[in-house]
Design a protein. Structure first.
Length: 301
């Protein structure tokens, strides 16, 4: 049984797949498998996958259901003790897993590393670094200081964590990671946040953040509200401290507010009304003048 399952969900990612698989099959690590999940793409990639060692290939269904469902299928098919997610247009450094192995050997449930954003120039995405703590403490350290808290591609995750708290990625929504990863962190028995840079995020034309149109922006905002409403129901049944619950709600609220700032005026007004209607402003705690002004603006303007 491999120690690590590397899950790659994709839809029409043929032109990127070879570079991604070349990267993964040359890593300085032996105990791993690659789980390719084809979300009903137009590419016949099963034959390509057969050329790579330790690689399994699966289809999701007869119609695309989004990356969330593809990731769920990958988790189901994975045999590894740990799960790693890699997007088809990205790569990882050769020594990343070997460097993180000491935490896997200790049984840490979530092992966080950092990414390099590669476009016209390379940018190192920073964030907090801390030794092993419980999940709630980890979430509370990350929630207001790490822009990439909810990226599933920046963690090794023990498979039994998914099984223990019985949560999955949502289907047919954008930001499915926003709806799940913070809850995994908060419910984990242990997490470490390292200063190791080993995930290479390539800003391609197919990136969800770059390939944008206005109708997609609107759907992304609507999906965040949908995920927020689901969250409110879920955390009631989670045995979390009151302060952690408050931080989770504030984290989600801030993310939604940020997502409406570039919308057209009429849509911005509509979503502000929804925020007030849902009493989401109650989630925002005022720690400084900037936060007080933001809350005032959303409440009265």
């Amino acid at each position: 049984m491999p120690k690590l399952s590397i899950i790659i969900p994709f839809n029409n990612g043929k032109k990127y797949l070879k570079k991604c698989l070349d990267s993964l099959t040359s890593i300085n690590y032996d105990s791993y498998e690659i789980v390719l999940i084809d979300d009903f793409s137009n590419d016949n990639l099963e034959e390509i996958s057969k050329k790579y060692k330790n690689t399994k290939y699966f289809y999701t269904s007869q119609e695309t259901t989004g990356v969330g469902n593809a990731r769920n299928l990958g988790i189901e098919k994975a045999n590894g003790k740990y799960i790693m997610f890699v997007d088809v247009d990205d790569t990882i450094d050769n020594n990343l897993i070997k460097t993180l192995e000491k935490y896997m050997d200790k049984g840490v449930e979530m092992i966080k590393y950092k990414m390099k954003i590669i476009g016209k120039k390379e940018v190192h995405a920073d964030g907090p670094v801390f030794d092993v703590v419980n999940g709630e403490d980890g979430f509370n350290k990350l929630c207001f200081t790490d822009k990439y808290l909810d990226s599933p591609c920046l963690y090794l995750i023990k498979k039994e964590l998914f099984e223990r708290i019985d949560l999955k990625f949502e289907k047919n929504v954008y930001h499915e990671d926003f709806g799940l990863i913070p809850l995994l962190v908060a419910n984990g028995k242990s997490i470490v946040s390292t200063n190791i840079y080993g995930y290479n995020y390539f800003q391609s034309e197919n990136s969800i953040m770059r390939n944008e149109n206005y109708s997609k922006q609107i759907k992304k905002v609507n999906d965040k509200f949908f995920l927020y409403d689901n969250l409110r129901q879920k955390i009631v049944d989670m045995n979390l401290k009151q302060n952690t619950c408050k931080n989770i709600l504030e984290y989600y609220t801030n993310s939604i507010i940020l997502s409406i700032k570039d919308l057209k005026k009429k849509d911005k007004v509509m979503y502000k009304h929804i925020i007030r209607e849902k009493k989401m402003l109650d989630n925002l705690r005022v720690r400084n003048i900037k936060q007080a002004l933001k809350k005032f603006y959303l409440k009265y303007l």
